[in-house]
Design a protein around this ligand. Structure first.
Ligand SMILES: NC(=O)c1ccc[n+]([C@@H]2O[C@H](COP(=O)([O-])OP(=O)(O)OC[C@H]3O[C@@H](n4cnc5c(N)ncnc54)[C@H](OP(=O)(O)O)[C@@H]3O)[C@@H](O)[C@H]2O)c1
Length: 332
């Protein structure tokens, strides 16, 4: 696996990052805490990813109610102390970790106590990459950025980034950091894939202009881009759509299956799997540092390895992008 610089952090991350959002849950949703991949399956996934050369893991304090971080910490312990220096760790703060009003968000108090919990769970003194999981409109951005500054100065965090953020708020945050001498959000982790293309409107231009890193999550749109969901068929009970359909309602419409059909045909003609093509499409984008993949099973890493071996030209990237562009967007 080749590597890319992550914005101006000085870190070089592998071209694909292992998402650990399904360890002990399905993302941050409380209803699924204790579900998702059990510890033994999570260990097998980390082993297999590591063997492929993927030595950067993405998690969050809220994934599986803390189980995801704990599984990673336990896996690291089985690998010996040098593993902690070799694996780059990204974790996040902000999504609800309990039912109380203070169990969420980006206030200084919550951020500091969650950071301590993350360090304990992961079994490390310092986390390489620390992200805000979602903007928090109830906390002034100044309070969050100065708390992150404190965490960096205390040697508990090396670099900071932001998830699910729009261009206007990122611009404001970068300006505040420059004014106050606080660490800036050096990369962003938004949803970006062949179906969810919001970031093409403004955000990717900001990434290029500000030389930010960009590590998009959900490269397969929750599995839709593998072609696993047939029109009219019920969603399998243990699939992502069977468990958290709420995440994908916004883009499941009448035109989706037709566009996915066109993509499947294109992949077949090209002699590759549709899922690999979707990940390779992201890898070919000049502004994408590294997509965060979310395998549920070790076999799911096959398409990741396949994607890493595909070469997609700029022209081909545009052609594939057009196949998946719906009529509404084309007319905008
Ligand atoms: N910052 C954020 O707000 C945020 C949000 C979402 C995700 N993330 C991060 O990004 C990571 C990836 O996100 P994601 O899970 O949404 O990624 P994704 O790749 O879009 O979806 C993953 C799902 O796709 C299916 N899948 C994967 N490989 C497959 C294959 N080869 N064949 C068939 N199905 C396959 C699996 O579904 P089944 O479960 O149905 O088998 C899997 O659960 C997460 O683990 C997390 O670390 C961050």
């Amino acid at each position: 696996v080749t590597r890319r610089p992550l914005g101006d952090t000085g870190l070089r991350v592998p071209r694909v990052i292992l998402g650990c959002g399904s360890f002990g849950g399905i993302g941050s949703a409380r209803a699924h805490w204790g579900g998702g991949s059990e510890q033994a399956d999570a260990f097998r996934l980390m082993d297999a990813a590591h063997e492929l050369g993927i030595d950067c893991f993405d998690t969050a304090d809220a994934y599986g109610g803390g189980l995801s971080e704990r599984f990673i910490g336990q896996w690291l312990r089985t690998k010996g102390s040098s593993a902690r220096d070799r694996i780059l760790m990204a974790t996040k703060v902000g999504q609800p970790v309990g039912s109380g009003p203070k169990d969420r968000g980006l206030s200084r108090a919550h951020l500091m106590s969650q950071l301590e919990a993350s360090l304990r769970n992961l079994g490390v003194d310092c986390v390489d990459m620390y992200l805000i999981h979602h903007p928090d409109p109830r906390t002034p951005l100044e309070e969050t950025l100065s708390a992150l500054d404190e965490a960096v100065r205390a040697g508990k965090v090396r670099h900071v980034g932001a998830c699910n953020i729009r261009a206007s708020l990122m611009t404001k945050a970068l300006r505040l950091s420059a004014t106050h001498g606080w660490p800036r959000f050096a990369w962003a982790q938004n949803a970006y894939n062949l179906i969810q293309r919001e970031d093409e409107r403004e955000f990717l231009a900001l990434v290029a202009d500000q030389r930010l890193g960009y590590t998009p999550h959900s490269p397969l749109a929750g599995g839709w881009l593998t072609g696993k969901y047939a029109p009219g068929a019920a969603y399998p009970e243990h699939s992502r759509m069977g468990q958290r359909p709420d995440l994908y309602r916004q883009f499941v419409d009448d035109s989706l299956h037709a566009r996915l059909g066109a993509l499947a045909e294109y992949a077949e003609q090209r002699g590759c799997s549709m899922g690999a093509l979707a990940i390779a499409w992201l890898l070919s984008h000049p502004d994408v540092t590294a997509p965060i993949v979310g395998p549920r099973r070790v076999e799911h890493l096959d398409i990741v390895a396949e994607a890493l071996s595909l070469r997609i030209s700029d022209d081909e990237r545009r052609t594939i992008g057009d196949l998946m562009t719906d009529e509404d967007r084309r007319q905008r």
